[in-house]
Design a protein around this ligand. Structure first.
Ligand code: C2O
Ligand code: CU
Length: 470
């Protein structure tokens, strides 16, 4: 497939999807010491997303930065985050993928009250798992995430693998006008009934840049986070042979990405090990080709002219130690399937109106949570300590990244075929009409969200509550 070539003008004339990317200077990393609370605020800010020659965009940001500060801790430590809300509306923070006590999960009406404009909330939780996680609001999510409220949350292993550099690419997707302002129309039925709010400007760590500097011979650990509202990525690192070492923060048997493409649905993460196998002075495109006929160059790995760091690839293991997750007991499991329905050309919920709901789980369309909170009756109830097996059955013609709070799950099978790596995930991406079977231990009592991470789907019915009883 020919690679379309885009330039900056294409972006704001809307004639093309966008290219470009960058590494965030490590200055954006909050140095955290055990025992002290990190202060974090959310509020209006301005940021240059589209690059030089374009005006700044009015955004909402954590600590005034896009993305928010990279929160870094070590496994076994306790995270303390003193949060202050300087937004013009209520919010909360959800720590996506982390196993936190229910009261720290950030779901309004379910696990905490909203943090009103001008309010504060102290989050505190032990860090059981190492890995690549992220944080974002759980109030009016489609609007708040699209305004920029996203950030990486990294928990370092006590014994990390040996690499030369640990890089992070938080992928953002923005729908901008010609003036580089955020386009309105949040939650528009046209987006909500289709693939969600897909933007026209893709950023890496909050900026469009054409090139990422690398050095021949170095080994990089690249942490990828899809923080987009709706866009799915399929990254092709041309000229390189990345190995996937973790998915959604959880270690996996190191393997080459299927078909050479690293696929990330909204909410998902992948940790890669990449040996920079090119020669000094060379350059290699990183291409995102998820959507047919809309492939574009995300960025270019640009080799410095320095002599290679080493002559042959680093001879060191890349497998990460497993996190202490409870192993599902498949023999004693209870089974509760979840059928996804609705959307354009699908079976719309009975109570569908012009603004929704458009989607349903097991025939139930959840609505009206945007500002008030997720006051929902549980769709599924399970006893604490119980293993649950769930098949997500996608009866729609659309992609859905299904996310479960609280409990990482093993992916057992897809369309009846055993999953090759039985990987742990917190978000499983389902293709149209695909079925994926998962298993998890309901470790912690409380009400936990289960929803599609295409935020426009979530907000128009595709969410539910899993209740774990003590
Ligand atoms: Cu990342 Cu309920 O969300
Ligand atoms: Cu969906």
């Amino acid at each position: 497939m020919p690679l379309l070539s885009f330039n900056r003008r294409d972006l704001l004339t809307g004639s093309a999807l966008l290219a470009g990317a960058a590494l965030l200077p490590r200055a954006a990393c909050a140095a955290v010491e055990e025992g002290t609370a990190v202060r974090l605020s959310a509020g209006p800010a301005r940021a240059n997303l589209a690059g030089t020659g374009f005006p700044d965009t009015a955004v909402w940001a954590y600590d005034g930065r896009i993305p928010g500060p990279e929160l870094r801790f070590r496994q076994g430590d306790t995270a303390r985050i003193a949060f202050a809300n300087a937004l013009p509306e209520a919010t909360t923070i959800h720590w996506h993928g982390l196993r936190v006590p229910n009261a720290m999960d950030g779901v309004p009406g379910l696990s905490q009250a909203v943090v009103p404009a001008g309010g504060r909330f102290d989050y505190e939780f032990p860090l059981k798992d190492a890995g690549t996680f992220w944080y974002h609001p759980h109030v009016n999510s489609g609007v708040q995430v699209a305004h920029g409220l996203t950030g990486a949350f990294i928990v370092e292993e006590r014994e990390p693998i040996r690499v030369d550099r640990d890089l992070l690419w938080l992928l953002g997707d923005w729908r901008l006008t010609k003036e580089a302002e955020l386009a309105g129309g949040f939650g528009h039925p046209m987006d909500a009934t289709h693939a969600g709010r897909i933007g026209n400007t893709v950023t890496i760590n909050g900026a469009v840049r054409d090139s990422v500097p690398v050095r021949a011979g170095e080994r990089v650990r690249l942490r990828l986070i899809n923080a987009a509202n709706a866009r799915i990525f399929a990254l092709d690192f041309r000229g390189h042979a990345p190995r996937v070492i973790a998915l959604d923060g959880q270690p996996v048997t190191p393997h080459a990405p299927p078909d050479g493409k690293v696929v990330l649905g909204p909410g998902q993460r992948a940790d890669l090990v990449i040996d920079m196998a090119g020669r000094p002075g060379e350059g290699f495109d990183v291409v995102d080709g998820f959507y047919p006929r809309m492939a574009y160059r995300l960025t270019r790995l640009t080799y410095s002219t320095e002599a290679p760091l080493r002559d042959s690839p680093l001879d060191a293991p890349v497998a990460l130690a497993a996190n202490p997750l409870p192993e599902p007991d498949l023999v004693g499991a209870v089974r509760q399937d979840v059928v996804l329905d609705g959307g354009m050309h699908g079976a719309m919920p009975k109570n569908a109106g012009p603004r929704g709901p458009f989607w349903a789980l097991n025939g139930v369309a959840a609505m009206n949570h945007q500002s008030m909170g997720h006051h929902l009756d549980p769709l599924i109830t399970v006893k604490r300590g119980q293993t649950q097996v769930t098949a997500f059955v996608n009866e729609t013609g659309w992609w859905h990244p299904m996310h479960l709070h609280g409990f990482p799950f093993r992916v057992l099978s897809r369309n009846g075929q055993p999953a090759e790596h039985r990987e742990w995930r917190d978000t499983v991406l389902l293709g149209p009409r695909e079925t994926a079977e998962i298993a998890f231990v309901a470790e912690e009592a409380g009400d936990w969200m289960l929803h599609c991470h295409v935020l426009e789907h979530q907000e128009t019915g595709m969410m539910a509550v899993l209740r774990v009883t003590a």
